[in-house]
Design a protein around this ligand. Structure first.
Ligand SMILES: NC(=O)c1ccc[n+]([C@@H]2O[C@H](COP(=O)([O-])OP(=O)(O)OC[C@H]3O[C@@H](n4cnc5c(N)ncnc54)[C@H](OP(=O)(O)O)[C@@H]3O)[C@@H](O)[C@H]2O)c1
Length: 213
């Protein structure tokens, strides 16, 4: 039995994989670059297996740690193989040519577009798009646990992601239905523009969006 499958073996796979191992969850890493997936599995230690990008995901939670276009391709290709699973979309569909807008139309979000592509019974959850990879691997910024904003139309799937985040030492914030992904993706566009602003020279992808209470 596998708790979590991460598809992708890049920065976010490393950050969330680190948190999954810290949470004591069993993990499968799948990537088109199978050698990279195996190297990341070995680096993470713990109960971690790896495989090729076209293997079927074994985890109850499947995290798409790939660009938005890749996530669309994976959700389409896997189809009913994802039915009944909790599928986390962490993508930020940013237009990197301008760094000034999202690539999804106003009035929707990457998460909602993925839900429209997905087979019936696939529970899409927006989460982890406002946590940068470095702070995720560290688990905190300035000693504060990272907020993980969660949006889904499935209460059960949102609760499963919240439970994972809490076990991983993070602070889950269930933000509402999947359409809240519009605001989460917009927030992160703003946060990303701040990281690249030369006037804000202490912001270097080392920040995290948090609600102070
Ligand atoms: N980096 C951050 O701090 C951060 C924060 C929040 C959200 N995000 C989001 O997280 C996602 C991943 O970002 P990242 O920084 O981890 O990128 P990355 O380091 O470039 O890793 C991307 C991974 O996706 C794989 N991939 C690409 N297209 C694929 C496809 N069609 N099918 C399967 N795998 C595919 C790549 O495989 P190869 O190695 O073979 O190319 C690579 O393993 C993006 O959507 C990004 O917007 C990133």
């Amino acid at each position: 039995m596998t708790d979590i499958t991460i598809i992708g073996s890049g920065n976010m796979a490393r950050g969330i994989g680190t948190r999954a191992v810290a949470a004591g969850r069993s993990l499968q890493i799948l990537s088109p670059n199978e050698a990279k997936a195996a190297a990341l599995a070995a680096e993470l230690g713990g109960n971690v297996t790896s495989g090729p990008g076209d293997a079927l995901p074994a985890g109850d939670i499947v995290l798409l740690a790939v660009p938005y276009g890749g996530a669309r391709e994976i959700v389409t290709r896997l189809g009913t193989a994802l039915a009944g699973k909790t599928v986390i979309d962490l993508t930020n569909p940013i237009d990197f040519t301008t760094f000034d807008s999202l690539t999804v139309a106003p009035g929707t979000s990457a998460a909602e577009e993925l839900a429209a592509l997905a087979a019936p019974g696939v529970n899409i959850v927006k989460a982890f798009n406002t946590t940068f990879a470095g702070p995720l691997a560290a688990g905190s910024v300035s000693g504060e646990p990272l907020d993980v904003f969660i949006a889904s139309d499935s209460d059960e799937a949102a609760a499963a992601v919240a439970s994972f985040a809490a076990d991983a030492g993070l602070n889950p914030v269930v933000a509402g239905p999947l359409r809240r992904a519009r605001e989460l993706e917009g927030f992160q566009l703003l946060i990303m523009t701040l990281q690249v602003d030369p006037a804000l020279d202490t912001f270097n992808w080392n920040t995290s969006l948090k609600v102070l209470v």
